[in-house]
Design a protein around this ligand. Structure first.
Ligand code: ADP
Length: 361
């Protein structure tokens, strides 16, 4: 079966174009796609063009899962003054980063039209930590996440993920990296509508041609309260349930890092709290590394750390963020950004033309 037809309704879906080179995105593998391989015991036919991938990560001990888990870490407030300088990642002792940006620069466009989306960003995301990325619109959050995940090229600098500089990888290597080392959670869930919850959860393994670790699958499904929903298709699930399926899908391959892009953006407050609690538990109980872009200070308060972007730079780096403090920081940053964009540039002052008088052609 042609996988393009197989997944035809979703050829443009973020998830599939990200992890499947034959479904668009920036992958370019044009291998044989006219037949299917043996069906792994996921119940989903596996396209034969994808070679089986070895399981890279040891099984987490199941004992570490405690259904009665309650949040026990008191929120601590670190009221640090706002700094407008760029934070540099300067660990006092060697830390293990799941993913690290070194002198990362990303420009869009050239010449007069150049946009400096990331300006020499240095930051490491420690293994087994939950980090929120915040900042006003246009500050560089998405660009940061996309470059960390190998979804966007960089202008200069490095991204080290799992010990490898991914900026040196070609499209096929990046596709394999995203499939094996990275989990994605999107605002719009991006589940495949013709597949059941179970098939959606197992999709990364199906695409990789690997068998599911049933113990891990059961642990995820029980933890996420999906046991009774496995045979349902996405349109038979609530938004919160769909996002929980997406979380299970992101975690099923035990990736180096899970990137969550506004994961609660389409959810009500109760479902949002559920989803954020599960993300937090995946870090506490399974040692997962999670990096989440959010504009929501309450969502950021579930994280161990929150970094704030402004104009392509990190302007704050908070441990144990509280909603109040992050809200305060964001408000100040947004006001500062608004003042900056309203103020005429030096060039405009010299030429006597205020910025708002520029003619849009
Ligand atoms: P955020 O996610 O914080 O809203 P982005 O990372 O999307 O910010 O964007 C950072 C800057 O880069 C913005 O000025 C945005 O307009 C610009 N930008 C983002 N993507 C592109 C692109 N594909 N082409 C040109 N400019 C872009």
């Amino acid at each position: 079966m042609n996988p393009n037809n197989f997944y035809g309704n979703n050829a443009g879906s973020d998830f599939h174009s990200i992890i499947n080179p034959n479904l668009g995105g920036n992958g370019n593998a044009g291998a044989n796609n006219s037949s299917t391989a043996a069906t792994p015991d996921n119940g989903v036919p596996s396209p034969s063009f994808i070679p089986p991938q070895p399981q890279r990560y040891p099984q987490q001990p199941a004992e570490s899962y405690t259904p009665q888990y309650r949040e026990s870490v008191p929120a601590q407030q670190f009221q640090q003054p706002m700094q407008q300088t760029q934070f540099q990642s300067q660990p006092q002792q060697p830390r293990q980063f799941a993913v690290e940006a070194i002198d990362l620069v990303k420009d869009y466009g050239t010449g007069e039209n150049v946009v400096h989306a990331l300006r020499n960003v240095n930051v490491g995301f420690e293994k087994g930590k939950f980090t929120a990325i915040m900042g006003p619109s246009g500050s560089g959050k998405s660009t940061m996440m996309h470059t960390l995940a190998g979804l966007d090229s960089v202008t200069s600098g490095k991204v080290i993920l799992g010990g490898q500089d991914i900026t040196k990888m070609n499209d096929n290597q990046l596709t394999m990296l995203r499939r094996n080392e990275i989990g994605f959670i999107f605002q719009s869930f991006n589940l495949l509508p013709m597949f059941t919850a179970e098939q959606n959860i197992l999709m990364p393994l199906t695409l990789a041609g690997t068998k599911a670790d049933r113990k891990w699958f059961n642990t995820l499904v029980e933890t996420l309260g999906l046991t009774q929903r496995l045979k349902h298709r996405p349109n038979e699930l609530s938004g919160g349930q769909q996002q929980r399926v997406a979380i299970a899908r992101a975690l099923i391959s035990k990736p180096q890092v899970v990137f969550a892009d506004e994961p609660t953006g389409n959810l009500d407050s109760v479902s949002s709290a559920e989803v954020l609690s599960f993300l937090k538990r995946s870090v506490r109980e399974f040692g997962q590394t999670v990096v989440m872009v959010t504009h929501d200070a309450v969502a950021a308060s579930y994280a161990d750390r929150a970094i704030v972007f402004a104009d392509g730079r990190i302007v704050a780096d908070e441990q144990h963020p509280t909603a109040e403090h992050m809200s305060d920081l964001l408000m100040k940053e947004s006001e500062r950004a608004a003042r900056q964009s309203a103020a005429p540039t030096m060039d405009q002052l010299m030429n006597g033309k205020p910025r708002h008088a520029q003619v849009v052609k």
